[in-house]
Design a protein around this ligand. Sequence first.
Ligand code: P6P
Length: 299
Amino acid sequence: MKLNEFLTSKNVDSGLAELVELLAEQSQTIKRGFLGHTEDVAGTINIYGEEQLVLDKWADEVIVSSLQKSKLAHWITSEEQPEVIEIENAKHDFGITLDPLDGSSLIPVNLTVGTIIGIYPGEVLNPGKNMISAMYFLYGPLTTLTISIAGGVHDFVLDRNNEYILQKENLTIPDGKIYASGALRKDWLPPHITYVSQLEEEGYKLRYSGSFVADVHQILHKGGIFSYPAYKGKESGKLRLLVEANPLGKIVTDAGGAISNGKENILDVMPTAISNRTPIYIGGKKEIEQIENIVKKAA
Ligand code: P6P
């Protein structure tokens, strides 16, 4: 079943369906555009103080301009934009959160990267639990779309006719023994050190690529936990609340998993700024309960 047929079969609101299909088209433009720019730096930095690649800004421009032209959304916050973009005379009030090319530094070494999108019914400076949909595109051996919409999480793969075809409906996260952890081991804080040693004791295998969206996709399909913890000198961690944690947190939660900052469900957190970062634990409920118990005991 094609993406548009699936959205129709689920009686998805026509405005939301049109928006999802527009974003699916942009993903194909992005995938085709990698050749030729893989390592070029743009000579600018984003709001997180990180150097932007030409590809980061180009992918951002592809999606932002398509939204501005179509007027299918009212608000956009992007990892590559200094502030929220308001679209005048928008047809719908949707608010979009966007990480246009998560893991872009891995393109020169041909590892999987992706685009992460969250959709709010209105303004984006709201808790992740208010999102009405969330999705990500993965550019790897396959080009895929994973989306939480119409009460479930569903996987699509791009076929030879450039159509996203349904692969799996109502995905649920299985039990599994994979873990991923960012930050330098020497900078981990005691609760995280305890957690990782417990996981390894229980036979969890390390799988960490440097692409949040690709690593979480593996956890969603094989089970386990991804973490980018608070660490020495960075108690808020590295990853971004609005454009990374919330959309993937919604998807994994809607697939029966959970997301936490070690103390509470990240989807309940009220953002104070579009630049908010957060420590992240995302994956199986069991693994989330385990880290929250360790943090509670250490308090
Ligand atoms: P580190 C990519 O830059 C990213 O934002 C995430 O996709 C990824 O999980 C993380 O940073 C990797 O960070 O510190 O391991 O390079």
